[in-house]
Design a protein around this ligand. Structure first.
Ligand code: AHR
Length: 510
């Protein structure tokens, strides 16, 4: 049996929960858009071709903001191809994913879909093959009320009201040699600065995310951020981070500790941004946008649909990286969300990549059903229940030694307190593969009342840590966590081996 003690204190808050950290991502890649969120002719599709069954799952999962249209795709994309009458839109080759893009779905369709999904749009611009001019023109098309060529074009294309898109990504992963239009940090820093200026001249209310490192292992990690921020600090609001993790060679213990790398990555970028703030004598603070993160089995995937292996033929929406997620993956995703939440004073935006079919919590089959993957659950519950203030967590836990990340707490925790509803929410993961964990939580400054809910995700009856959901059945989900008790200032519970849990408890100030 593992043990952990957690101390929370009503006075020790981190920040208000930044609701944009529960973001997601829709890229024109594989079947995320086509036969994912959009499939005209599907029995569940509405008159615009939006799949209502998928939309229902999206609403249940609760993303707050969705990044679009890429990803690597955006670095070769002309936004103009996706507006205007569908029959006039060009069919193009997408070099990023070796795919034929019909452009049947574009900006207007995405904005309409976002309204139905109740999410904010986070629009990425192409700074791979394009530049300042296309960037400012897109802002004018999207956000200017009318009376100019581009805004009147939007109106003629059916949107009388401006889209009023606030959040913009200045390109995607331009530090990566795989990116169309890959750049040096000097080249990108200057381009981001000038694009940002020109976009803000059109709409001063927008918020801008500069491209950071594609992962913490990039050879340019650190120097990329320094250079980009030296150029563009005054013009941008956020610097991005991307990271994907997987289990290597059956080393589940290291995989379960991957959030330690996320912590390191976040804290390093904060330090870099703050160092540039000091050396440049800037007053404002640049925050972080972790706008791609997830589990992604990038190696060991030897199928025809491996995206970076050029397929023999060009195809429309092929099956690309449709990872099936298991119980272990869900626990890891829970720890990623904990890391993001604990850093909520600086990580203000985060997007799980992606939303449907492509390394996604939601899967759908063309003409067939849609279903929840295991990783759907931590996201859905945290998006619904992480409200109010983030509480600092002081954890003393048994430690698990790992080959890749050193010692990791067996029990990983984040917590929020919503003064309005009088609820403390705890999000807990037990990284132990074999041992249950007894957890004692001291709620200083609170008087604990009724335990409102207690749910856990663990291996189902007859399954194991590799059990995954599929179109044929979804055995991985939440069940009630028995035995949670609240007594005065203390909450006690037992987490099953390898599990993720969420507990909400009614509290009053003590
Ligand atoms: O999300 C899949 C891909 O991963 C994105 O297109 C790219 O930005 C990243 O490398």
């Amino acid at each position: 049996m593992a043990r952990a003690r957690v101390v929370l204190d009503r006075d020790f808050t981190v920040a208000e929960v930044p609701r944009r950290i529960f973001g997601s991502f829709v890229e024109h890649m594989g079947r995320c858009v086509y036969t994912g969120i959009y499939e005209p002719g599907h029995p569940a599709a509405d008159e615009r071709g939006f799949r209502r069954d998928v939309l229902d799952l999206v609403t249940e999962m609760g993303p707050t903001v969705v990044r679009y249209p890429g990803g690597n795709f955006v670095s070769g994309y002309n936004w103009e191809d996706g507006v205007g009458p569908v029959e006039d839109r060009p069919v193009r080759l997408d070099g990023a994913w070796h795919t034929v893009e019909t452009n049947a779905f574009g900006l207007h369709e995405f904005v309409e879909w976002s309204k139905l999904a109740g999410v904010e749009v986070m629009e990425a611009i192409n700074l791979g093959t394009r530049g300042v001019d296309a960037a400012r023109e897109l802002v004018e098309y999207a956000n200017h009320p009318g009376g100019t060529r581009l805004s009147d074009m939007r109106i003629a294309n059916g949107a009388a009201e401006p889209f009023d898109i606030k959040l913009w990504c200045l390109g995607n992963e331009l530090d990566g040699p795989w990116q169309i239009g890959h750049k040096t940090p000097e080249e990108y820093g200057r381009l981001a600065q000038e694009a940002a200026k020109a976009m803000r001249f059109v709409d001063p209310t927008i918020e801008l995310v500069a491209v950071g490192s594609s992962n913490s292992g990039m050879p340019t990690f650190g120097t990329w951020e320094q250079t980009v921020l030296r150029h563009a600090y005054d013009e941008i609001d956020y610097i991005s981070l991307h990271a994907y993790y997987q289990e290597h060679d059956g080393d589940a213990a290291s995989f379960l500790a991957s959030a330690l790398d996320m912590d390191y990555f976040i804290e390093s970028v904060i330090s870099t941004a703050d160092a540039i703030r000091a050396s440049g004598k800037h007053r404002k603070q640049v925050d972080l946008s972790f706008d791609e993160w997830n589990v992604w089995y990038q190696s060991g995937l030897e199928t025809e649909d491996q995206p970076h292996k050029v397929a023999a033929t060009w195809r429309q929406h092929p099956r690309l990286i449709e990872d099936a997620y298991n119980v272990t993956d869900a626990v890891v995703v829970g720890t990623f969300l904990n890391s993001l939440l604990r850093h909520g004073d600086r990580v203000k935006i985060a997007n799980q990549a992606q939303l449907v079919n492509v390394i996604a919590p939601i899967r759908s089959e063309p003409g067939g059903p849609a279903w929840r993957q295991s990783i759907f659950w931590p996201f859905a519950r945290m998006s619904a229940l992480a409200r109010g203030q983030i509480l600092r967590t002081a954890v003393s836990s048994d430690v698990i030694d790992t080959a890749r990340h050193g010692g990791a707490d067996a029990v990983d925790v984040s917590a929020t307190w919503d003064a309005e509803s009088g609820v403390v929410a705890l999000f807990l993961a037990n990284r132990g593969l074999a041992d249950a964990a007894d957890v004692e939580i001291a709620l200083r400054g609170f008087a604990a009342g009724r335990v409102r809910s207690a749910e856990v995700l663990a291996a189902p009856e007859g399954g194991d840590r590799l059990t995954a959901n599929s179109a044929d059945g979804q055995p991985v989900g939440l069940r009630e966590l028995d035995g949670v008790s609240a007594d005065g200032e203390t909450l006690t519970l037992r987490l099953p081996a390898l599990s993720w849990a969420v507990v909400t408890v009614e509290v009053a100030p003590a």
